[in-house]
Write a protein that binds this ligand. Sequence first.
Ligand code: ATP
Ligand code: MG
Length: 426
Amino acid sequence: MKKVRKTMKKETMTTKDKKQAFIDACMSKFESNSDGDYILTIDQLKDVAGDFGMKYPPQWLVKNQEFKVGKGLFKLPSLGEITKVHASRLVQAAEQYESPEIEKLPETETKQEAAYIVSSLTGDIVPKKDDTFIPFGDFSSIKSIIASRKFYPIFITGLSGNGKTFGVTQAAAEKKRELIRVNITIETDEDDLLGGYRLKDGQTVWQNGPVIEAMERGAILLLDEIDLASNKIMCLQPILEGSGVFVKKINKFVAPKNGFNVVATANTKGQGSEDGKFIGTNILNEAFLERFPITFEQKYPSVKIEQKIINKILEKDGVNDSEYAEKLTVWADVIRKTYFDGGVDEIISTRRLVHIAQAYSIFKNKLKAIEVCTNRFDDDTKSSFVDLYTKVDKGVSADDIMEQQRQSDIGISDDNEDDEDSQSVI
Ligand SMILES: Nc1ncnc2c1ncn2[C@@H]1O[C@H](COP(=O)(O)OP(=O)(O)OP(=O)(O)O)[C@@H](O)[C@H]1O
Ligand SMILES: [Mg+2]
């Protein structure tokens, strides 16, 4: 940015000269829009004012409705306009501009004009209740915290697709609390979280980020997949302490409204993923994690609960097949137990079971539904999952399958015709 050159000595400048000098400085420092108009934010005007040794932009500009084209946005006038438009008011304003009191405007007044603040959120942001949701695990505790309206940040960790995000949104839905969800990535930074200047209808405007929006509304802020973040999320530190945050770019202190709370979800505990299962997860700063007073470890739902979930999905899709729901969940349970024993590298999540149930309602073919939804795994894993389902479908119980598997692991072969199957269930 070019530094402003003061072309005329102060004592020889008339009021008109001063105004022109200010406008010239603005024009040399900032770009015009495609119509050739110079539309500047209050911060940009302040910046130029600073070059003139002033703390605030001139009043003849910012207090004149003719030049104000939006909240905190001003269109620079031409010199002709300055002299023509409301001459008497401008002269009066110019006089004020020269008076030293103006440079000591009370702080609150400046804050109101700090920027044009736009919310991207309109209307109701209370999540909708979902009929397919079945509560389980720590749901009631999460709901109690949300209902309490207390500031008490929650960290929820658990394997993928086991209802962490769904549980939080449904807790907010039940308690009719506003919720703003932010999906964190390695790229997430202060601009995404707190806000930034955006181009809107050809104008540069300030737009609140989701964190500021949630604080100002007293809403629940859901930081989803927080362990994908880089250290750029450290700007949230004061917010996680329940205190407000000073947003430098708009020179404004934002204090949280009653009801504001933060919930973070993650596949890890913020210590990275040792087995490499969760690519992209990062080690979160210890001091950051310390600011979450409570952590819930979310497990997969029990077979019984999961059966209810799958039945609901099937019912919703007009399929009545509780036997399939039962077998699918037993199948998933065996796979999970084997996964935790280290016998297989992949797991079937609740999300995947839902996908299988949906595929079944489309294709009306149980095995095909499983196949298309497990195609993403490598060939061995996929065929072992499909084989396992055929066993479950034939009525072999989960306990028997696990026992067969245990025997095959320790090398016991009972030499009967099922021998081939018993060698490798998964
Ligand atoms: N309690 C539940 N009741 C009904 N369906 C559920 C429940 N929990 C999970 N599901 C199903 O599983 C899907 C995945 O849940 P969700 O997106 O909350 O998982 P997650 O734990 O946040 O996963 P990730 O770690 O990958 O973000 C949901 O869209 C829903 O279909
Ligand atoms: Mg999630």
